[in-house]
Design a protein around this ligand. Structure first.
Ligand code: ZN
Length: 445
């Protein structure tokens, strides 16, 4: 069980508080005609994500699943249940826009093959439910899960089980199986006569792309995920080259069919040609983007295409992949940093995404914040990417991303000032999703 790591009395009392609040918040709303009972959060400080300064002590009124009002804490003592977070800073629930709940790390192809060859989709789904719970305990109240890596449509089931209150977890948008062209995506390297599972749906031709989009959306995909490039090489001028997978015609057909059905496309594109084709085809987000040419950054700004850089995972896998015969990974971080700084300068929209599942699920993905700051963002910009930015990417600005009246009560709290020290976001001590309190991973204050 991944709830409280400390067994101290303080931690226990917080756990009991959390359980009792959860039970209360989960009780049915007031009967018709009766006034609904409010819950109040007494925050020591509050960053609401609306562009202003950090607020001082603030009361947040919550009724059922929504925020009703914010008031200075000096206001009269509120009626109803008060949760004391006066030692903490409240921020909007965090959004990780690039996760893989069905994957348990894949530094090398052997790690990946082992999961697809030796673990049933059912077993992988059980692990995914634990991963969803971990994400919530770290303060991520919303995630975009960008493909199941061979576990079919299991992400749709995890999402539905969370929505129906069967298991705890963040609210999810899911991409189901993802797409790549024939022969480009693992498992690869097996004898021709041996049928091995694939980490994606293999799709060829414009018509094949349209058909796959229809199929995946029919089975519950919110997003269509495409792998737009592979096989990376550093060029003499320091840029990163690739082999594009889909032709531009294929990508355009996939994007057109997806948009026609009011869905969005996320494109794994790490280098020059994959990014260029994706941007040209009009995808909605570039995933990883280790190298992006200046012209493509400009086009991303013009078209409003998001950049989801996933920095930490690259650093995490670099050494293992270089040792396993892909020395390009030694230079990947440096190229990525330069791209990130150019994207920031160009004004590209950036959303926080980590690729957790590509690294171990015992590592708090909030480490990404520190890397975004190391690569040139202010702590506030990084926090914005994981709140306001994520909400915009997911099309949920009407209900998520900021702490203000009318929005869903997704609020987390950390010790200290995350705008002064962004690593504070790795220490979430209070988690509320849609007005319900859940256990947080960090020990008590
Ligand atoms: Zn990924």
């Amino acid at each position: 069980m991944y709830i409280c790591q400390s067994k101290s009395g303080a931690a226990l009392s917080i756990a009991l508080l959390v359980l009792s609040v959860t039970a209360r918040a989960a009780t049915p709303a007031a009967a018709p005609g009766e006034p609904a009972v409010s819950t109040w959060l007494r925050c020591g400080a509050l960053w609401d994500g609306r562009g202003g300064k950090m607020l001082g002590p603030t009361l947040v009124e919550i009724r059922a699943e929504r925020i009703v009002a914010l008031r200075p804490a000096s206001a009269a003592t509120p009626d109803g249940k008060v949760i004391d977070l006066s030692a903490l800073t409240c921020v909007p629930g965090l959004i990780d826009s690039h996760t893989h709940v069905l994957l348990q790390g894949d530094i090398t192809s052997a790690d990946y093959d082992e999961q697809l060859l030796k673990q049933s989709p059912e077993y992988r789904t059980i692990l995914a439910t634990m991963n969803a719970r971990r994400m919530l305990s770290w303060g991520f109240t919303t995630i975009r899960d960008v493909e199941t890596e061979g576990a079919g449509y299991a992400d749709v089931d995890v999402k539905n089980a969370i929505e129906r209150g069967i298991i705890p977890g963040p609210r999810m948008q899911v991409a189901t199986r993802a797409m790549d062209v024939t022969g480009a995506y693992p498992l690869i390297g097996y004898a021709p006569g041996i049928n091995v599972p694939k980490g994606v749906q293999e799709v060829d031709g414009a018509d094949g792309g349209r058909r796959a989009v229809r199929e995946q959306i029919y089975h519950g995909a919110d997003w269509i995920k495409v792998y737009s490039d592979r096989s990376y090489q550093v060029q003499p001028d320091g840029t990163l080259d690739d082999i594009p997978t889909f032709t531009l015609e294929e990508l355009k057909a996939i994007v057109d069919e997806t948009h026609r059905q009011r869905h969005k496309v996320a494109s794994h594109a790490m280098a020059r040609q994959g990014v260029h084709n994706s941007v040209e085809a009009g995808v909605d987000s570039i995933e990883h983007g280790n190298y992006i040419a200046d012209d493509d950054l400009r086009m991303m700004v013009q078209k409003g295409i998001f950049y989801v850089p996933t920095i930490f995972v690259g650093e995490y896998v670099a050494e293992g992949r270089a040792k396993a015969g892909a020395p390009v990974w030694k230079q990947m971080g440096e190229i990525h940093e330069k791209t990130f700084r150019r994207a920031l300068k160009a004004g590209v929209k950036i959303a926080f995404g980590t690729d957790i599942g590509g690294f171990d699920w015992h590592i708090n993905p909030a480490r990404e914040f520190g890397w975004m700051v190391k690569y040139g963002m202010t702590p506030e910009q990084a926090l914005r990417a994981a709140t306001v930015g994520g909400a915009e990417l997911l099309g949920w600005t009407d209900k998520l991303g900021t702490i203000e009246a009318g929005k869903l009560a997704d609020i987390v709290a950390v010790p200290g000032d995350p705008l002064a020290d962004v690593t504070r976001l790795e220490q979430v001590r209070f988690v509320m999703k849609a007005g319900v309190v859940y256990p947080s991973a960090a020990a008590a204050p």
